[in-house]
Write a new protein. Structure first.
Length: 364
């Protein structure tokens, strides 16, 4: 900006030579012109930047961490990022130990708990589970199947939960897993700390919106709350964060804990080989978050991921396969943001591409 100012100053001096007052110089007043040039300030070196200013030496990892910090300035909220090459215990993080609401990324843990039941022979992927109308949450099968009598296989429920983020399918699986506490218990059994599940999706959404349900269907409770509270309607319409919800420790994870979960899944340390492949195959078919982690990756880059979205909050977590055949796990969380979805998505996309290039080109 300073350099541009300097150039503008020079440009202005040149323009002045064409103004009427300067015609005097063209008629022979060379002395006056020389005097004006002598007293006119010339651009200093700092007008175009310090001369010979050495760039501070930074390691590739420090540069990546600095990039993460730069991406975080795009939002007025808080950003958490954690990345790791699978097979390397070391992680590069920004706010890696800060608790973030998981939103729908908690569904990875739900899937892990259900597939553990498959590993133990308690259910199979073909087991049919009734979908209780009272458990319908919003969108998805709640709108497509408005009548009683629906049953879906475990496999189809997992598919809907992970690829479409279907909330009704999720809550059916949360119940099948034994409830939120059982899912947190599964996380502890595979060595994951600092991640907890405290409710099903309906309960999570009620808390995120600040609603105390009066009974009845989810859709009815939400409609009544929006009609009764103009502030709630405005926050929802403007996609603004609920700061009290963001500070609540329930249904949260640190970026590092989510990274550890993804790493254990990718390494086959959380599930058996067949169920590991099932989970990653389904996550690779994820339809949500096209503008998030995958948006700036080279076309065709394989990624198995899961998104999460609430007002003022967006997440995307997953496993990316690099061109050299190695894989990296990445978790990006953005909370308390009022800049909008495009900003949140861009932060995730930039972080994924920076990490991709770091692991592909750096010698680590």
């Amino acid at each position: 900006m300073v350099a541009l100012t300097g150039r503008k100053g020079l440009a202005c001096s040149l323009v002045l030579l064409d103004c009427p007052a300067m015609l005097l110089f063209r008629s022979g007043s060379a002395f006056l012109l020389s005097l004006m040039l002598a007293v006119s300030p010339l651009p200093t070196a700092f007008a175009i930047g310090p001369a010979n200013a050495p760039a501070p030496h930074m390691s590739a990892e420090d540069s990546l961490r600095a990039e993460f910090a730069r991406f975080a300035t795009m939002t007025d909220g808080t950003v958490g990022i954690a990345v790791r090459r699978i097979g390397d215990d070391h992680a590069v993080m920004l706010n890696g130990n800060t608790l973030f609401p998981m939103a729908s990324t908690y569904k990875v843990a739900v899937a892990g708990a259900i597939l553990t039941q498959v590993d133990r022979g308690q259910v199979t992927l073909d087991t049919m589970i009734p979908v209780d109308r009272s458990m319908m949450v919003s969108d998805g099968i709640a709108d497509m199947m408005p009548h009683p009598g629906l049953s879906l296989s475990v496999y189809n429920l997992l598919e809907l939960m992970l690829t479409r983020s279907d909330n009704s399918a999720t809550d059916v699986l949360v119940k099948q897993a034994g409830g939120p506490q059982a899912i947190t218990g599964w996380l502890r059994s595979v060595g994951i700390r600092d991640q907890r599940v405290d409710g099903n999706t309906a309960q999570l959404l009620y808390r995120a919106m600040g609603i105390s349900p009066a009974g009845g269907s989810f859709a009815r409770n939400v409609d009544m709350a929006l009609q009764a509270d103009p502030a709630l309607r405005e926050r929802d319409a403007r996609d603004l964060p609920n700061l009290a919800f963001a500070a609540d420790p329930r249904d949260t994870s640190t970026p590092e804990a989510m990274l550890d979960l993804l790493t254990r899944i990718a390494q086959g340390r959380a599930l058996k080989p067949d169920t590991t492949r099932t989970l990653l195959d389904i996550m690779a078919r994820c339809h949500t978050g096209q503008n998030r982690l995958k948006a700036l990756l080279p076309p065709g880059t394989p990624i198995a991921h899961k998104t999460g979205t609430l007002n003022g909050l967006a997440n995307d977590v997953g496993i990316v396969t690099l061109p050299d055949g190695s894989t990296m796990a990445i978790a990006v969380f953005v909370m308390k943001d009022s800049k909008g979805r495009d900003v949140r998505d861009r932060i995730m996309a930039e972080a994924a591409r920076a990490a991709h290039d770091y692991y592909l080109f750096s010698k680590v």
